[in-house]
Write a protein that binds this ligand. Structure first.
Ligand code: HEM
Length: 134
């Protein structure tokens, strides 16, 4: 039997409980990294934030799953975010903020297996970002 994709499973469990992750993820981001708030434009940033999160989740699912191509977006965004002035550590931190938000939504259903799948994924993403010298 193939290994269940636990990262994908964590998103499914969260989706069943929470219609929109966007406000929760950005609340968590700005709590942990208050300096990030001013990096988004003051008008029209809700759209940007929503689509940035949606595309990031798409890339995470692809990275944790079939790797058909969406995951390459991560490397592309490293260089566009260098241009936006987003420090690399903050860029990487966004993935951890998503994981933390899911963990809070899942509560007791955040299993040790899900936790370790996420830890591996975050470590791997960090390597991709650090390696990227675009
Ligand atoms: C906390 C870390 C991050 C900050 C502060 C940040 C900030 C920003 C800013 C300022 C924009 C431009 C908005 C505009 O046009 O006004 C943006 C766009 C975008 N961000 Fe992020 N970002 C972060 C992490 C990420 C990550 C990890 C990804 C995915 C790998 C990502 C994907 C995108 C995408 C897809 C866009 C849309 C525009 C484009 O294609 O470049 N962001 N982000």
């Amino acid at each position: 039997m193939p290994l269940p994709n636990l990262v994908e499973r964590s998103f499914e469990l969260a989706a069943a409980r929470c219609e929109d992750l966007t406000p929760l993820v950005y609340r968590q981001l700005f709590r942990e990294h208050p300096e990030a708030e001013a990096m988004f434009r003051s008008e029209g940033s809700d759209l940007v934030k929503g689509s940035m999160l949606a595309l990031t989740i798409e890339a995470i699912m692809d990275f944790a799953g079939d790797r058909t191509g969406h995951f390459r977006m991560i490397e592309c965004e490293v260089s566009s975010h260098d241009a936006y002035g987003t420090p690399r550590e903050l860029f990487v931190a966004f993935f951890g903020v998503i994981a933390k938000t899911l963990r809070e939504i899942l509560g007791a259903d955040w299993s040790p297996e899900i936790d370790s799948a996420w830890r591996n994924l975050l470590a791997e993403i960090e390597r991709v970002v650090v390696r990227s010298d675009a």
